[in-house]
Structure formats: structure tokens, C-alpha cells
Design a protein around this ligand. Structure first.
Ligand code: GUN
Length: 302
């Protein structure tokens, strides 16, 4: 199956979620949740999502709470395991093994970051690839590189769905991803290349002349996790600017970018909050739904 099957197979009408230049991920996420609900009814399945949270990181607690609420909102079974920050790696993995064997669970997610005494990769790789809700299993990352249908990392998948739902042709245009994390930067670049046929550049903390790339980008994705290292007064006129950052400044949520200059120059941009964040959660639900469909089909054949 081709990679494009890893996304919802429907068109979401542009006028229901784009407001002026603002790409309202919040609204598109609602459409995606409606689609998932309908499809789960059609397939007669109740997808189950299990989330493991270790420690008391404030942001992670907010994200996990939002994931639980979203899963319940679309009628999924939702299980959360909360472990103390000194939990042993074996204990975390043992919960994963239990969910791997639980036929009611189709998506397993370990909220990152994990405390420093835990080996993140050993934990993530103990999730069955069929139940990986995040696309972080090596098998699923390999399938992404090979262009095979798989479970995609949620944030890049949500961004690709937004870009695919716009009435613009991006093939052959220049995409610049700033950030090279396994969670966002690397899968993002791969998807822009393979699903949208864009000429794709990855920039990072060691890139020389970052601003030169920023000014050349038809699609700019900022996934640095650092505020205001990109000079947004120089984004390309008519470009699409995606801000993956999430920071709390004086009690207010804001992204990586100063969006005021972007409003005047870009064709479209994602606000923070209400842009990329809600799409990440919608794609987590979609991944869990898609895993459930695949597992259900396998069970019918077996
Ligand atoms: N922490 C920040 N983003 C993510 C994500 O997409 N998945 C998981 N599991 N943890 C995260």
C-alpha cells in the first residue's frame, strides 16, 4: 500500500477551516474527528488508545489530558497510566507489554520526554509496531522512508493534511523545515518530499545563513522549539508559514515565531494556539483508528 494511504482518504473543504490567511487547525481537527467517528461506525469498531505518562512535567500533563478528552470525544476507549518520575524502565515496559496483549487497545503512546534515567528508544521500541500510535517505531519510520503505508508521526501528519487540503499546488516548490528532531523535523521533511513532491531542505542549529533559506521558502515549517530565532520580517511573500512551537510566555501560549510580520507577507499561516496543536491530537486519533481497522482485518483473516 502506498504512503498516501496513511492519511484520511477524504477531502476536507477549505472554507470550513481557513479564515483569511489563518490555517485554523482547530477547525480542521474537528472535521477530522467527525470523519473518524463516522468511519469507526461504518467499520463497527471501537478503537482503544492507551497513554503512558511518567513524571509530573506540567506541559505533558496538559497534553495527556487533552489526548484523553479527544479520545473520549470520538467514542474511543481511553486508558491512561500515570507513573511517578522515579518509575523504573522495567515498570514502564511492563505496562507496554500488557497493552500490546490487550485486544481492546489499538494505539499505545508514551508521552515524551521521559525522565533521564529511562532509555527512550528501548521504551518506544517495546511497543508493537501495529499498535504504535506515534509512528516512532523503527519499522514504521522505515516504512515512511520506503514510501509504504504506515503510522505517521502525528505533528508532521497533521501539517501535511493541512497543506494537502489547501487549493494550491506545491509540487516542485521549495519547503524549508527548521529543526531535525525525530518527532517533527525529520518525518516532516520526508513527507513534504514524498507526499507533496516538494524540493525540501532541512535547516538546524548549525545551519549557516539560516535567513537565506527562510527567505527562499515557499513553505516554511518552524520546529526549533526556540522562540524568535527566525527573523519573520524576511519570510517569502506569498509563502505558507507553519509554526510548530508551543511556549508559555507571561501566562500566554505562543509559538516559535513572531507572527505579526507574517500576517502581512504570507499567503497562509498557522496561529498559536489553534493551529498545529489540535491537528497533532486529531492525527493521534486517526492513527489509533487506522491501527484498529488493520488489526480488525487481520483478525477476520486469521
Ligand atoms: N511530546 C511532544 N510531542 C509528542 C508527540 O507527538 N508524541 C509523544 N508521545 N510525546 C510527545
Amino acid at each position: 500500500m502506498p504512503l498516501t494511504d496513511s492519511l484520511p482518504q477524504t477531502n476536507f473543504s477549505f472554507d470550513k477551516w481557513v479564515e483569511g490567511k489563518k490555517l485554523l487547525g482547530k477547525n480542521l481537527a474537528e472535521l477530522v474527528r467527525g470523519y473518524i467517528k463516522e468511519e469507526a461506525l461504518k467499520e463497527k469498531i471501537t478503537p482503544g488508545l492507551a497513554v503512558i505518562l511518567v513524571g509530573d512535567d506540567a506541559a505533558s500533563q496538559v497534553y495527556v489530558g487533552a489526548k484523553e478528552k479527544a479520545a473520549q470525544g470520538v467514542g474511543f476507549l481511553s486508558r491512561i497510566v500515570r507513573l511517578p518520575k522515579n518509575a523504573k524502565q522495567e515498570e514502564i515496559v511492563s505496562h507496554i507489554h500488557t497493552f500490546n496483549h490487550d485486544s481492546a487497545i489499538h494505539g499505545i503512546l508514551v508521552q515524551l520526554p521521559l525522565p533521564p534515567h529511562v532509555n527512550e528508544q528501548q521504551v518506544l521500541q517495546s511497543i508493537l509496531p501495529e499498535k504504535d500510535a506515534d509512528g516512532f517505531h523503527f519499522i514504521n519510520q522505515g516504512k515512511l522512508l520506503a514510501g509504504e503505508s504506515t503510522t505517521l508521526a502525528c505533528t508532521p501528519a497533521g501539517i501535511i493534511l493541512m497543506l494537502k487540503s489547501l487549493p494550491v499546488s506545491l509540487a516542485g516548490k521549495h519547503a524549508v523545515v527548521v529543526g531535525r528532531s525525530n518527532i517533527v523535523g525529520k518525518p516532516m521533511a520526508q513527507l513534504l518530499l514524498s507526499l507533496l513532491n516538494m524540493t525540501t531542505t532541512i535547516c538546524h542549529s548549525r545551519t549557516q545563513n539560516l535567513q537565506q533559506f527562510v527567505s527562499a521558502a515557499d513553505v516554511l515549517v518552524s520546529a526549533t522549539g526556540v522562540r524568535q530565532i527566525i527573523d519573520t520580517t524576511r519570510v517569502k511573500e506569498g509563502s505558507i508559514v507553519i509554526d510548530v512551537g508551543m511556549h508559555r510566555v507571561d501566562g500566554k501560549l505562543t509559538g516559535d515565531l513572531d507572527l505579526a510580520p507574517v500576517e502581512g507577507r504570507a499567503a497562509f499561516y498557522t496561529p498559536v494556539p489553534g493551529g498545529v496543536g489540535p491537528m497533532t491530537i486529531a492525527m493521534l486519533l486517526f492513527n489509533t483508528f487506522q491501527n484498529a481497522v488493520r488489526i480488525n482485518k487481520q483478525n477476520l483473516i486469521a
